[in-house]
Ligand binder design. Structure first.
Ligand SMILES: *Cc1c(COP(=O)(O)O)cnc(C)c1O
Length: 370
């Protein structure tokens, strides 16, 4: 059992199992065809797991090609903390951010002609390598097929701009019955062929996220961008996860009381005891990212058994019913996520997806590494 990481803090924290993360990296790599490399997705603080620590855990193997983050700020945090590995940023950058990215050796994913023009301004003075995003059917970022002509023209006018990769993103790869993913791959092939016909032949291509990687839908990709699998999360609907959970979120019982039948619990008194009950209170709430939607829905683990969350999740506290766990005591450890409670279970109960369960865990919750 863990000891309180910092005596000034309440006993609520998330434990990150570095070895489990490393095994997931190896397991993902093991299923890739020869010559295909992994881009580890570390956006949103490595899905709440702590980007700096996670980065240090995954940039050793030679089959990891780069770290992927959403924001320039996330890339800079890694650079500030001594991460020298290639870093790729995929959301659109402002003109000022482009300059900063280049100065910090951060690879830019160019999402359309507007950003391309900005980047080309810088490429008049220096060599600039980019990855070019193609919209193959998600409608969010990327160059549309009809824009390829103008994009090619801009690239060809800029000899110091190097298109190191083209890439796209799948909208529905989680759903094996949705034909869109295969259509997106076909569209990608078409757009790639038309770039090649016009003399642009990028050395690298990446399409697949975790779900597409699980389904071996890599298309012509030689890199996969994998996030949720590395954190042990499910990516393909209704499919077992061959990876290990990495994060365990725990708290403690800090108030334990017997209440009579018919007693109201929490804000709105949404739960009333149906019998004489033992109610335990733990110092964690929605301000920590434990979703308020879990009120009266989620379970936690106490002494190896499930106990229901009863009443509303407050900002800083939850209440659980331990009537059926008579040994439960003040100071007992309580697992919120982990020990059999999966991010998928919490996501279902909160009406969201596992990705959000992880990245909702706020900075109030210390991350402890093992
Ligand atoms: C988040 C993200 C990924 C990784 O998705 P997972 O489902 O977590 O594997 C890959 N590419 C892009 C562009 C993303 O935004």
């Amino acid at each position: 059992m863990s000891t309180v990481p910092d005596p000034t803090q309440r006993p609520t924290w998330a434990e990150i199992d570095r070895a489990a993360f490393r095994r997931n990296v190896e397991a993902v790599i093991a299923r890739l065809p020869a010559g295909v490399r992994l881009a580890a997705v570390l956006k949103a603080n490595a899905y709440g797991h702590g980007a700096v620590e996670i980065a240090k855990t995954c940039c050793t193997p030679d089959r990891v090609s780069m770290l992927v983050v959403a924001l320039l700020e996330e890339a800079l945090e890694l650079r500030r903390n001594g991460v020298t590995f290639p870093i790729f940023v995929f959301t659109p950058l402002t003109c000022e951010q482009v300059a900063i990215a280049l100065d910090h050796d951060v690879t830019i994913g160019v999402v359309g002609p507007e950003e391309l023009r900005i980047v080309c301004e810088y490429a008049r003075e220096r060599d600039v390598s980019i990855h070019l995003k193609l919209d193959t059917g998600m409608g969010r970022m990327g160059v549309m097929e009809g824009e390829l002509g103008e994009v090619v023209e801009v690239i060809q006018r800029t000899p110091r701009l190097h298109v190191e990769a083209v890439y796209t993103h799948f909208a529905n790869a989680n759903d094996p019955h949705d034909p869109l993913t295969v259509r997106q791959i076909e569209k990608f092939r078409d757009m790639l062929a038309s770039l090649r016909a016009r003399g642009i032949d990028p050395p690298h291509r990446h399409l697949a996220n975790s779900a597409a990687t699980m389904r071996d839908l890599l298309g012509p990709g030689d890199i996969v961008r994998v996030g949720i699998s590395l954190y042990g999360g499910q990516s393909v609907d209704d499919t077992p996860v061959p990876y290990e959970p990495v994060l365990r979120w725990r708290t403690e019982i800090m108030r334990l009381k017997d209440v009579p039948p018919g007693y109201g619990i929490g804000y709105g008194t949404t739960f009333h005891t149906g019998r004489r009950s033992r109610i335990a209170t733990c110092p964690v709430g929605y301000a920590d990212g434990y979703a308020r939607q879990l009120s009266n829905k989620a379970d936690v683990i106490v002494r190896g058994r499930r106990a229901p969350v009863v009443g509303r999740v407050s900002m800083d506290l939850i209440t659980i019913d331990v009537t059926d766990i008579p040994e439960a005591a003040y100071g007992d450890e309580v697992t919120l996520l982990g020990d059999g409670i999966t991010a998928e279970e919490l996501a279902r109960k909160a009406g969201t997806i596992n990705h959000e369960v992880f990245c909702r865990i706020t900075s109030r919750v210390p991350r402890i590494y093992r």
